[in-house]
Write a protein that binds this ligand. Structure first.
Ligand SMILES: Cc1cc2nc3c(=O)[nH]c(=O)nc-3n(C[C@H](O)[C@H](O)[C@H](O)COP(=O)(O)OP(=O)(O)OC[C@H]3O[C@@H](n4cnc5c(N)ncnc54)[C@H](O)[C@@H]3O)c2cc1C
Length: 415
């Protein structure tokens, strides 16, 4: 087992030229049987394993990952963390997540670099002003912080913004407790903490088939052989429909590419996170100085982690309109992830009709912020075979009952 990280371990390892750090997590051979098998070692899968072990005392767990842990959307996102969603159900779930973020580095004994530098949602039209103010009021009812900024207050926080471009800024919502976190550190932190509790994380182990018998889960076929389990928790984001298909289930999910890009490093210029849902442009600056830019969703479905050029062209055009001083900054890298979008822009954290089969998916373009809360609620669902009050509304059933939670205004393609 790896040692605890502390100021003393930093000094001790520094004195030995950092050559004696232990491995952060093991690479075990899979056992023949586990109490719970989790498919997908993204942030959500790893968080589920961690809270299952820590909160519910389930220790015989495997997390199976077809590639490397944190190689999916977890390490491809623009790292925006906020909880200012419109409806009670979502704002309560995301706020639970926010509270977990606030103590996460200490809890995991791993610095996830959660930086509460605030998130600003710009309003460009009168209708957006009304919708945004309504959302702020709704947030207050749910104990979520948020305030309305007039254009001058926006400029005070973001001096480089052009308020009178083709996309005039009429104001913004501002959640001060929101911010960003280091995405792969989140995956690594959960992986290490889960491993310390005995969870087996098995990489390069694709699940190729789900076996059921008499309406219950029997196990999974994988690239490393058959693994028996009575509880299978699937957390594979953009590949959810593929896994559901293996179990003979049809999910109301579309998989779309979503792109992001980063610039060359520049001096500190952007001290908060700025989101414009109307023009699909999201901007923050990393600690290294790169401008981190998120685009809108690509309209076509597919599994290629690329996306099309006209989308990022549109995003950069909007960024340059609103921040003219950035027009000559060069972009360093661009990539895409495959996001799992539901018809009501809300996740599915749910049991299924197959006994012992659970799905956690549909977080679409905005699930990074939910990582701890999603894992926490899903762990409860898997451990007790019942949803927690926080995720009860996010069951698959809502697509039959019609009890949808339409978060398109606050989520949709927003991060
Ligand atoms: C460009 C971009 C920007 C984004 N920006 C934000 C943002 O700013 N804020 C925010 O909150 N959210 C954002 N998101 C969304 C966020 O990244 C996701 O909702 C979240 O990371 C999903 O985490 P996950 O653990 O469910 O999925 P993933 O990290 O994708 O993990 C799923 C894992 O399952 C594995 N897998 C798939 N199939 C199999 C199989 N058959 N067998 C075994 N393993 C399998 C995959 O390899 C992968 O590692 C963004 C997404 C993208 C793509």
């Amino acid at each position: 087992m790896s040692n605890r990280y502390s100021i003393f371990s930093v000094i001790r390892n520094g004195l030995s030229h950092n050559e004696k750090w232990g491995q952060a997590w093991r690479s075990p051979e899979p056992k023949r049987e586990y109490d719970v098998v989790i498919v997908g070692a993204g942030g959500h899968g790893l968080a589920t394993a961690y809270y299952l072990a820590k909160v519910h005392g389930v220790r015989n767990i495997a997390v199976l990952e077809k590639g490397w842990l944190g190689g999916g959307n977890t390490a491809r996102n623009t790292t925006i963390v906020r909880s200012n969603y419109l409806w009670d159900e979502s704002s309560q779930l995301y706020e639970k997540s926010m509270q977990l973020w606030e103590g996460l580095s200490q809890d995991l004994n791993y610095n996830v670099m959660f930086s509460q530098r605030g998130v600003m949602n710009l309003a460009h039209t009168l209708q957006e002003v009304r919708d945004t103010q309504r959302r702020i009021n709704a947030n207050h009812f749910n104990g979520v912080d948020g305030e309305w900024l007039d254009p001058e207050q926006v400029r005070e926080i973001v001096p480089i913004i052009n308020l009178n471009s083709r996309y005039p800024v009429l104001g913004a919502s501002f959640q001060r407790r929101a911010g960003v976190a280091r995405h792969d550190a989140v995956a690594w932190g959960f992986a290490r903490a889960a491993d310390r509790l005995g969870v087996d994380i098995i990489q390069n182990c694709p699940v190729t088939n789900i076996r059921t018998k008499d309406g219950a889960i029997e196990g999974v076929d994988t690239g490393q052989g058959f693994i028996k389990t009575k509880k299978l928790a699937v957390v594979v984001a953009g590949h959810s429909s593929v896994l559901a298909d293996m179990a003979g289930i049809r999910l109301p999910i579309e998989s779309h590419p979503l792109q992001a890009l980063v610039s060359e490093p520049v001096k500190p210029a952007v001290h908060t996170v700025i989101m414009s849902n109307a023009v699909h442009a999201y901007l923050s600056q990393s600690d290294k100085g790169d401008l981190v830019i998120g685009a809108g969703i690509d309209q076509y479905t597919g599994y290629g982690q690329r996306g099309s050029f006209h989308n990022i062209e549109h995003t950069l055009q909007a960024i340059v309109e609103m921040f003219p001083s950035l027009s000559r900054v060069r972009m360093n890298r661009q990539w895409g992830g495959i996001v799992d979008v539901t018809p009501d822009a809300c996740p599915i954290v749910s049991k299924t009709d197959i006994k012992g089969l659970y799905f956690n998916c549909g977080w679409g373009t905005g699930g990074f912020k939910a990582t701890p809360g999603s894992g926490w609620a899903f762990a409860h669902t898997v451990a007790h075979d019942e949803p927690h009050a926080l995720n009860a509304a996010f069951s698959i059933d809502r697509f039959y009952t019609g009890h949808l939670i339409d978060e398109h205004g606050a989520a949709a393609v927003a991060h």
